[in-house]
Design a protein around this ligand. Structure first.
Ligand code: NAI
Length: 342
């Protein structure tokens, strides 16, 4: 059976440790942009993972204090800080999972694409270092616009001759987390059970929650579908406006990113039942990158799950066709950014 749910597995891991059975804390995780709004709470959540032996925190500023602070938590992982370009290589050596939330967030009135000019360069530089120092690592891209930064990362890795499409992920977990929360609220369901696949990309109308595929099976009126879809697509903007200039989602994002890290570590650790949605290289549609449910294994993506895209409602089918031109343009913008450079 396909199960994208995270919480039951996490509880299983905790229980195992409570009962004294061995959990091998043996994976190295690096967070690039670790002193930021997402980076700090994400580092805390990853510090709580029983699967992590080493937590490497990198930022261009303020990372020493974050690492000193976190290092006092009595959980298994050793925390080390790295700062400045000269320490980036050492931060990445031997790392299994690299998470990249470095870059600027949105302010009210901005789209994710407005961040392109700054964040494209940051992601390019960081992924070059990943290619040189830990080319086998799973790479989780959080920096926006994800629809373009993932293609940027792919091009950089190709240029370096180390691109493995099974190990490059755009983190769209927050869209799934939001969809699960909003659907559970609206339909009065037990939150832990709800799982809504979200496909497409990670900006505006490219975020397509497939409400008809919600587990457990639940029916929605046309009005509910419209309301929920629009709310899930604009949920990031809801937070940007509430923060009124102080940034975008950080705490819910850290929660979602930690879930994706934990899923990746479980997959690396041999769990054969790990499913998540992510924006990845894909042949499920005519677009070269597409977010869908994927099965994760020791070597990264084991399978893309096509079944969510079968038997869509008319509403979903129309929304899928409508998102393709925008998503295609964002992907091409990312690819062109790397290819046009000398
Ligand atoms: P922030 O500004 O609070 O933190 C960013 C951190 O990156 C800062 O500590 C900064 O020093 C660091 N940084 C900048 N350039 C760097 C470089 N070259 N190397 C290493 N670190 C560098 O921003 P926040 O709120 O943490 O957001 C980070 C990114 O995550 C933004 O691009 C935002 O749009 C994106 N985001 C993505 C989401 C998703 O669902 N994928 C959701 C929310 C935000």
């Amino acid at each position: 059976a396909l199960r994208g749910s995270f919480v039951p597995k996490a509880q299983k891991a905790t229980q195992r440790s409570q009962y004294g059975l061995q959990i091998q804390a043996s994976y190295k995780v690096a967070i690039l942009g670790a002193a930021g709004g997402i980076g700090q709470p994400l580092a805390l959540l990853v510090k709580m993972s029983p699967l992590v032996s080493d937590l490497h925190l990198y930022d261009i500023a303020n990372v020493k204090g974050v690492a000193a602070d976190l290092s006092h938590c009595n959980t298994p992982s050793q925390v080390l800080d790295f700062t400045g370009a000269s320490e980036l290589g050492n931060c990445l050596k031997g790392v299994n999972v690299v998470v990249i939330p470095a870059g600027v967030p949105r302010k009210p009135g901005m789209t994710r694409d407005d961040l392109f000019n700054i964040n494209a360069n940051i992601v390019k530089t960081l992924v070059e270092a990943v290619a040189d120092n830990c080319p086998d690592a799973f790479i989780h891209i959080i920096s926006n616009p994800v629809n373009s930064t993932v293609p940027i990362a792919a091009e950089v890795l190709k240029q370096k001759g180390v691109y493995d499409p099974k190990k490059l992920f755009g983190v769209t977990t927050l869209d799934v987390v939001r969809a699960n929360t909003f659907v559970a609220e609206k339909k009065n369901l037990k939150l832990i059970d709800v799982d809504v696949p979200v496909v497409g990309g990670h900006a505006g109308i490219t975020i397509l929650p497939l409400l008809s595929k919600t587990r457990p099976s639940v029916s929605f009126t046309d009005e509910e579908v419209e309301q929920l879809t629009v709310r899930i697509q604009n949920a990031g903007t809801e937070v940007v406006e509430a923060k009124a200039g102080a940034g975008s989602a950080t705490l819910s994002m850290a929660y979602a990113a930690a879930r994706f890290v934990e899923s990746s570590l479980r997959a690396l650790d041999g769990d054969g039942d790990v499913y998540e949605c992510s924006f990845v290289q894909s042949d499920l549609t005519e677009l070269p990158f597409f977010a869908s449910r994927i099965k994760l294994g020791r070597k990264g993506i084991e399978a893309l799950i096509p079944s969510d895209l079968e038997g869509l409602t008319d509403y979903e089918q129309k929304a899928l066709e409508a998102l393709k031109p925008e998503l295609k343009a964002s992907i091409e913008k990312g690819i062109a950014f790397v290819q046009k450079q000398p």
